[in-house]
Design a protein around this ligand. Sequence first.
Ligand code: 3HC
Length: 301
Amino acid sequence: KRPAGAPDKSLARPVTKVGIVGAGLMASQLALLFVRRLEVPVVLTDLDQERVDKGVAYVHGEIDKLHAKGRIGQDKANRHKALVSGAIDKGEVFADADFVIEAVFEEMSVKKSVFADVEKVVSPECILATNTSSLSITEMAADLEHPERVVGFHFFNPVAVMPLLEIVKGGATDDATLATAFATGKALKKTTILVKDSPSFIVNRLLGRFMGEVGRIVDEGTPVPVVDGAFAGVAPMPPHQLLALVGPAIALHNVETLERAFPDRFYVSPALERVVAARKTSYYGPDGALDPEVEALLETP
Ligand code: 3HC
């Protein structure tokens, strides 16, 4: 059954090579998914060789783990590993890509400059997808020569496990781009939904309200372990583990974007701001107990 709002699949173009801008954890998870499901060459790119190498090593490591668990045979593991490569210079490696996805820092100016750079080296039909979790697709595409090939392609953490993919149609996105996005999402074995180009789309907008209330309860003095304990058996993951999974900085950015777009409806927690300012990435230590430094940050307005 065709997902609501998806154009006819006959409009979809084939995807024979994928370029990924960024080689961080999200980008590397995307590389793993694309190579496993599409079985086409996937190139990770980043600003320096160390990051690129780390990204490729992550994908190779995860493929090895799948093989060790008996989930894929040695031949397939070798084939998938050989399809993943990394580069700093996008020029040559992106020239014959037909699907490029960016997963760089969540900042409009950074994403716009990435797309402007990529547009110089890819064909006019190459899809430019963004994994942005909150920013406007229309604005991101606005200064490009071919804004009609830009589409939102928003995955959830952990990418390998979460079934949903939000596909976002920007103001200029054409039907061939959208059809290719839906066909690619299906090939990736994700559940695709078309969402409006509005701040944080659907899931993160809902999560923004939920996490705002979590922040409010903590700011009102309830300890983090008590809030998280309240969720045992109710949700798949306690709220602060979810925050750690998403990354407190991304969660804060999400709620700030929402607060700007819908004033008075979202709560930017001062405790979350303090945790992000201190560059903490998690609330809990490896032993599962609340990190004492985080505890101090939470209790010190
Ligand atoms: N990476 C890859 N695979 C993972 C993983 C990870 N980080 N964590 C778990 N898995 C896999 C496991 O290997 C296992 O696979 P298997 O069954 O094939 O062996 C499977 O997931 C289940 O894992 P577990 O049994 O260990 O753990 P759980 O049953 O507790 O499930 C979970 C783990 C699926 C992550 C579950 O806790 C969950 O659904 N949590 C909520 C996640 C969520 O809400 N994500 C959305 C965040 S919002 C977001 O990402 C938006 C963005 O814009 C910021």
